[in-house]
Write a protein that binds this ligand. Structure first.
Ligand code: XUL
Length: 523
């Protein structure tokens, strides 16, 4: 009998599912529910609730629960063999937090299949909305926690990262300071990942070492809660946080809610979820230390795996636990695909194909034109006052502006990843924009490195499905090896290889200095 596993990815704009057949080494099903389109009653735009303060970005935990109901209903309708799934795992947009009251644990244990998840969960929140990773409203709290922990270097070496506005610790502190009564009513703080895992498991789920490291609360080397960080964040936090655990570890059988309502196998294991980036590491097959990937998604991320924990003393990069053991380093740029979309809209470019053609029409280096792409407050480098800036670039030239935004994004990645000291032989690329060869050529030239595309657009959900398989094999004492497990699922697309052009690479070596000085000027 085929061994089937389900991976879910609760990301910023959608909830996705991937089902794998482990024996056939095949993805047998993929589906996404787009939040704005499928659940308009929650009134999100790109998965985010409207707010007058441009620095505040929240979403609704009920929206994510509603999407889970919809996705399971869709899978049932599509004839997915839910009764044969052996384990479910998942991943979530990182850093986002859910605040649950003292009723939550009992409600999770007794989810009523006659009601929707939204109806079941209406009374369990101590805070209606969830701050998500796009939020940059906690600069003050970041400074307070960083100071108590002894500065950037110490904060990074203890928790894996300097304090960041979107990280959960500073967000918790802001909630505690601004809404002390609601904070007092919070019995459990969950991440997006652990909240969703709790629904599947029917009990409060642990937080894993991958997503836990995105909180400024976990000791990155010991992989337990760091009590100094907890104390610096908010009083009584120790009691409100769940256990930390390895991602993919079995929590128990799935909640009867999903069995009775959608026909999920009653013996299927619910497992610990992780963050979307740690899951992508698995989905892209980055098992060996020194491997590097770039994801061109809502956020652009640059990540690689490493065996030993090495943190960024300058405080720009992050270290998270990797679901495959060891660590993963990551740099996150908020102005990713949404910034590219803004340029596309600004110049009324019909589609991405046309965008790529315009990029291809312009020369590497863009005749010296540079555009700083900060439509939104940026994470790396830290930009609190958004705004795009042009240097030696004609605002009226659509093609030059298309090239300029992507060149800037790639130059910024190269500049700000230097601390990792990795010289990869090849870079794997995934995410929406990775389908365009003109863009990939820019990437290969800027990084002066061979680039390979991974076809699976849902690399995070695939990683989650593989994590479910790993967790199930561990629970069955079968001592799985990650390399063997991912083999066959994650091969680069044949013929997708792009080599750097030597001349263009030289141009970008020089342009890096100009880009760095433009950034410096602007900041
Ligand atoms: C990573 C980060 C983003 C979110 C997006 O630190 O903030 O990549 O995980 O889903």
């Amino acid at each position: 009998m085929a061994r089937l596993f389900l991976g879910l990815d609760s990301s910023t704009q959608s909830l996705s599912a991937v089902v794998i057949d482990l024996d056939a080494r095949k993805v047998t099903y993929e589906k996404s529910i787009n939040f704005d389109q499928a659940l308009p009653q929650f009134k999100t735009k790109n998965g985010v609730l409207a707010c007058r303060d441009p620095l505040v970005k929240h979403s609704s935990p009920l929206l994510w629960a509603a999407a889970l109901d919809l996705l399971f209903a869709q899978m049932k309708k599509d004839g997915v063999a839910l009764g044969k799934i052996l384990a479910v795992s998942g991943c979530g947009q990182q850093h986002g937090s859910v605040y649950l009251n003292e009723k939550a644990a009992a409600v999770f244990e007794n989810l009523d299949p006659k009601k929707s998840l939204v109806e079941n969960l209406t009374g369990v929140f101590a805070r209606k909305t969830s701050p998500i990773w796009m939020d940059s409203s906690t600069a003050k709290e970041c400074a307070e926690i960083r100071k108590k922990l002894g500065g950037i270097k110490f904060t990074a070496s203890r928790t894996g990262s300097d304090t960041f506005e979107r990280f959960t610790g500073p967000q918790i502190r802001k909630f505690y300071k601004t809404e002390p009564k609601a904070f007092a009513k919070t019995a459990h703080v969950a991440l997006v990942s652990s909240f969703m895992a709790s629904l599947l498991a029917g009990k409060i789920a642990p937080i894993d070492f991958g997503d836990g490291a995105g909180m400024n609360l976990m000791d990155i080397r010991r992989k337990n809660w760091n009590h100094d960080a907890l104390k610096a964040t908010a009083p009584g936090l120790t009691k409100k946080l769940p256990l930390l655990a390895e991602s993919g570890r079995a929590i128990g059988p799935v909640s009867a809610y999903f069995v009775q309502k959608f026909g999920l196998n009653p013996e299927a294991l619910a497992t610990v979820w992780t963050g979307d980036n740690p899951a992508s590491v698995i989905g892209l097959g980055l098992i060996q230390p020194g491997q590097v990937a770039i994801s061109l998604g809502t956020s652009d991320t640059f990540f690689g795996t490493m065996e030993k924990c090495q943190t960024d003393e300058s405080g720009e990069g992050h270290v998270f636990g990797s679901p495959a053991g060891g660590y993963l380093t990551l740099i996150c740029f908020k102005n990713g695909s949404l910034a590219r979309e803004k340029i596309r809209a600004l110049y009324k470019i019909s589609d991405w194909k046309k965008f790529g053609e315009l990029v291809a029409q312009t020369p590497p280096g863009n005749n010296g034109g540079v555009l700083l792409p900060w439509f939104e407050a940026e994470i790396v480098p830290r930009v609190n006052q958004p705004g795009i800036r042009r240097f030696d670039l004609d605002e009226k030239n659509a093609a030059a502006n298309c090239r300029a935004i992507f060149e800037a994004q790639m130059l910024s990645m190269r500049l700000h990843s230097q601390w990792m000291q990795v010289a990869p032989e090849k870079i794997l690329v995934t995410g929406g924009a990775s389908n365009d060869r003109a863009l990939l050529q820019v990437l290969a030239d800027v990084m002066n490195c061979q680039v390979l595309r991974i076809e699976i657009s849902k690399s995070a959900a695939l990683g989650a499905a593989l994590q479910a398989a790993h967790g199930w094999l561990v629970a069955a004492d079968q001592n799985p090896k990650w390399e063997k497990l991912v083999a066959g699922f994650t091969a680069p697309v044949p013929g997708s290889e792009i080599r750097p052009d030597k001349k263009a690479a030289k141009i970008y070596d020089q342009m890096l200095e100009k880009y760095a000085s433009c950034e410096y000027d602007a900041l």
